[in-house]
Design a protein around this ligand. Structure first.
Ligand code: FAD
Length: 567
């Protein structure tokens, strides 16, 4: 049935694409329909997703020579870093979402939006198949196809349950706005339920046992929000049940906030310990049923079953079904995310881009390319190059592969890099010969340890902005390719590759204290970082409307406390 539907949708879309094009020409005003043949056909860009990567692409795109169709199951953008604040009523859900049409209408580019999810990508015919998600009876017209010249995949990722039994049925996730709203409702309901008469203390304890699985930034922030809520509002509003509240944080590895500096991890574990949040390290969840959560201790393998009232599952992300299917289709097998080159193009496809959480820049290929570059440079096959030659090659490689700059900061290659830096401009030192293999083996050691770019809003946002810049300058750069001369001839180097700039990260720990890790290993923990957090998140809002809403929510909470109405 699906296939037939797609075939029909196909035919339907043939004319649809045409109409859209004619509309675009007319609405430009300058050309009447009669002269439409003289106007070069606009290139059709199809963008999947209205999250961080998609929104940032749309905001920065300003070349009117494209016709853009946005397809996403939600017609708004969500400021995800503030989702944990929604779970306990510090910020309202509406304050952190921006309708995508508000963003589109301000653009001078021809952009349309369809509330639908993409269900299949057909790269051979440059077509995508979609299913409308609007909640109405469309009588079989909910499926349609869209043609593209360029496809931009920015569909994000989904929660990873690692196929743990009972997780889907019994846990909350914190990924979408609706999730945060459900959690908020459930938290308030738990306190109301525990306050009912005729309950035993055991039952109250069970209802008010909040379990968080996963000690990453989201799990930790939710634990902190919940603790603050209990400490600041529950004590006043539900004083009789305060003593029954328990918050448990389960983490499978040895520490929470693994991706942060040791000082932050230690501080967070210490603070949670003092607050009475039960942090259980080395604790793997094996099963969750209606009433109990089963964990296995990593050390001795002991299994424990604990009654709970509410569980938040926050253990990381995995690919969406659309991406899994597409990876299978194009032979990328069982990867964590779609592999792209450094220009964010899906490997092997010149007109399909992938960015944000659904994509990853392929590191393996980087190492192979680096080996090739050294091989070419070593003309006499001596296995050595002078320091000066080394310097030039490394500058070129860094230009082409921004992630190599990160490798160069690592301990393994520091000796060589220090030598290169020291020798700069000193003719005697610059003629010293260095062994290529030694350098490569140091690099590959780092490579195996190097994780891909983190799946964060910061990366997605920068990738969207980068790609918009590429599209804005596409024609110009096709005529005058950028980048180091040695790569220009390959036809790959129309633009500089994507370069990620890490601006630092925050971990709010509750009690108006935040840990901040800024570039250059600069760590700050406490109340001052909390104010930095407020100002950064206020400034990063995508519109003045949401900025005003978020700031007024913060002020409201300071004055009146959280809203505990449960709606
Ligand atoms: P998303 O923002 O997830 O957007 C994906 C879009 O694709 C959505 O619009 C979705 O509706 C749409 N979509 C899904 N399926 C389809 C389909 N089949 N067809 C078309 N469209 C589809 N990062 C930070 O840097 N700092 C933080 O403080 C931070 N805090 C976070 C807190 C929480 C609770 C969460 C969940 C994440 C947080 N992140 C943070 C991570 C950050 O939100 C993600 O890395 C970021 O959202 C990734 O952007 P994206 O555009 O790839 O995906």
């Amino acid at each position: 049935g699906g296939l037939i539907a797609y075939a029909e949708a196909n035919t339907y879309n043939g004319s649809r694409g045409h109409i859209a094009h004619a509309d675009a020409i007319t609405s430009n005003g300058a050309h009447g329909i009669a002269s439409s043949e003289a106007v070069p056909k606009k290139k059709k860009v199809v963008l999947l997703g209205t999250g961080w990567a998609g929104m940032s692409f749309l905001k920065d795109l300003n070349n009117p020579s494209y016709e853009v169709e946005v397809v996403s199951p939600r017609n708004f953008f969500v400021f995800t870093p503030l989702l944990p604040s929604v779970t306990c009523g510090k910020v309202e859900a509406r304050s952190i979402v921006e309708p995508i049409r508000n963003i589109i209408r301000k653009k001078n580019v021809d952009i349309s939006f369809s509330e639908a999810e993409c269900v299949k990508i057909d790269p051979q015919n440059k077509k995508i198949y979609c299913r409308a998600t609007v909640n109405s009876k469309l009588k079989g017209e909910e499926e349609f196809a869209v043609d593209y010249d360029y496809l931009i995949i920015a569909v994000g990722a989904q929660v990873n349950t690692f196929n743990t039994p009972g997780v889907e049925q019994n846990c909350h996730f914190l990924k979408e706005v609706e999730d945060a709203q459900k959690i908020r409702k459930n938290v308030i309901e738990s306190f109301e339920k525990a306050s009912l008469p005729n309950l035993s203390d055991e039952e109250r304890k069970k209802i008010l046992h909040f379990v968080i699985v996963g000690g990453g930034p989201t799990g930790v922030e939710f634990a902190a929000e919940l603790y603050d809520f209990v400490n600041e509002d529950v004590v006043k509003l539900y004083p009789k049940v305060r003593e029954f509240v328990k918050i448990t944080l389960l983490e499978a590895t040895d520490h929470i906030l693994n991706m942060f500096d040791k000082r932050i991890t230690n501080f967070a574990e210490g603070k949670f310990g003092r607050d009475g949040i039960d942090v259980k390290l080395g604790s793997m969840v094996t099963k969750i049923d209606d009433n109990e959560i089963s964990t296995k201790a990593r050390g001795n393998g002991n299994t424990t079953n604990t009654p709970y009232g509410m569980v938040l599952w926050s253990t990381g992300i995995g690919p969406r079904p659309l991406i899994k299917e597409f990876m299978k289709q194009i032979g990328q097998g069982n990867r964590r995310a779609l592999a792209t080159d450094e220009w964010l193009r899906v490997e092997g496809f010149d007109t399909i881009y992938a960015l944000g959480d659904c994509a990853t820049i392929n590191q393996r290929k980087v190492m192979e390319d680096i080996s090739e570059i050294f091989k070419k440079a070593d003309k006499d096959e001596s296995g050595t190059l002078t320091v000066k030659e080394f310097q030039e090659i490394i500058d070129d490689i860094c230009e082409r592969y921004p992630q190599v700059e990160l490798y160069l900061k690592s301990k393994q290659v520091r000796n060589i890099v220090d030598l290169l830096k020291e020798a700069k401009g000193d003719a005697a030192k610059e003629s010293i010969e260095l062994n290529i293999e030694e350098f490569k083996s140091a690099l590959s050691q780092v490579d195996s340890q190097m994780k891909n770019l983190p799946a964060t809003a910061q990366v997605a946002n920068q990738q969207g902005a980068y790609l918009a810049k590429c599209f804005n300058r596409m024609e110009e750069c096709e005529k005058n390719p950028e980048g180091p001369a040695r790569f220009r001839g390959t036809g790959r180097h129309r633009f500089h590759p994507f370069r990620y700039r890490h601006l630092g990260q925050f971990a709010p720990l509750g009690g108006e204290q935040t840990a901040a890790q800024l570039p250059g290993d600069w760590v700050s923990i406490g109340h001052s970082s909390q104010w930095l957090w407020y100002s950064v998140y206020a400034s990063k809002q995508v519109s003045w409307r949401t900025r005003a809403l978020v700031v007024s929510d913060w002020v409201r909470r300071f004055i009146f406390g959280r809203d505990t109405s449960g709606i």
